[in-house]
Design a protein around this ligand. Structure first.
Ligand SMILES: Nc1ncnc2c1ncn2[C@@H]1O[C@H](COP(=O)(O)OP(=O)(O)OP(=O)(O)O)[C@@H](O)[C@H]1O
Length: 260
């Protein structure tokens, strides 16, 4: 049975149609990578899945039920930048989800709950390799460390769905490889369903179990806003069978290069 189902999603801003007829059935535990030209609506689609924004028409179901209309702990999110709190240390950033859950008003918990929050935050620091940096503030961390922290923070509430918007876009190639490996490890451990937008087609092929390409199928040069993007390719990927997809990968890279 489909875990995340998008039914005929359309999004428009004013008279500009951004997405149209996006329908999708995604199995639990899938790692869905999303590529497409800049501005075609990939982040918009993630915001719909997060519940941060409502589609103009259509709807999303999670596990057979209409999706909660607002972000909830079932859905974690990591953006390219700025998803951690700059005035809090690594440890405080990782304790915050529990503090907010305990007291949305004060943003603090006390006694046994505080100890539990600290224990969970400390365990997460080990997992993401930041135990040595507990007292540092985000500005004192490298880009890769900041994204480790962002991923750790998003994982703390054990989301069933993880939404990642170009999470490694600002990282150097070496750090990016490390982070990809960490993400795959966490995905395998948790069994969460991942949606990840990336501009790097190779990364999309390396990480995904399924690759979606967003593009416009119809285009009117006179009215560029008349049509929206939809899913134009939907490719199942097998991490173990790289050769089969190599030709498709090369064709897609070529088509994206031609567009740039
Ligand atoms: N709140 C908004 N109001 C009006 N237009 C918006 C809004 N959010 C996004 N857009 C427009 O919708 C289109 C799709 O934006 P979106 O960020 O989803 O694209 P994207 O595919 O993620 O782009 P990129 O790859 O460059 O990040 C863009 O033209 C953008 O300007």
């Amino acid at each position: 049975m489909s875990f995340v189902t998008a039914r005929q999603i359309a999004v428009s801003y004013g008279d500009a149609l951004i997405l149209e007829r996006v329908s999708l059935e995604v199995q639990k535990g899938a790692f869905v990578t999303i590529v497409g030209a800049s501005g075609c609506g990939k982040s918009t689609f993630l915001r719909i899945l997060l519940g941060q924004e409502q589609p103009s028409s259509g709807h999303v179901e999670i596990d057979g039920h209409p999706m909660a209309p607002e972000p909830d702990p079932e859905r974690g999110v990591v953006f390219q930048k700025y998803s951690v709190f700059p005035h809090l240390t690594v440890l405080q950033n990782l304790m915050l989800p529990f503090e907010l859950e305990g007291s949305a008003f004060l943003g603090r918990v006390f006694g046994a709950r505080k100890r539990e929050a600290r224990d969970k935050a400390q365990a997460m620091m080990e997992t993401i390799g930041l135990a040595h940096a507990a007292k540092r503030f985000p500005a004192q961390l490298s880009g890769g460390m900041q994204q480790r922290l962002a991923i750790g923070q998003a994982l703390l509430k054990r989301p069933k769905i993880m939404l990642l918007d170009e999470p490694f876009g600002a990282l150097d190639p070496g750090t990016r490889k490390d982070m990809q490996a960490l993400l795959l490890e966490l995905w395998r451990e948790t069994g969460m369903t991942v949606f990840m937008v990336t501009h790097d087609i190779q990364e999309a092929f390396e990480l995904g179990t399924r690759l979606l390409v967003f593009d416009k199928v119809r285009h009117d040069p006179q009215y560029p806003n008349a049509y929206g993007a939809t899913v134009t390719y939907d490719l199942p990927l097998d991490h173990g069978e790289r050769k089969k997809t190599a030709a498709i990968e090369a064709a897609l890279i070529q088509s994206q290069t031609d567009k740039a």
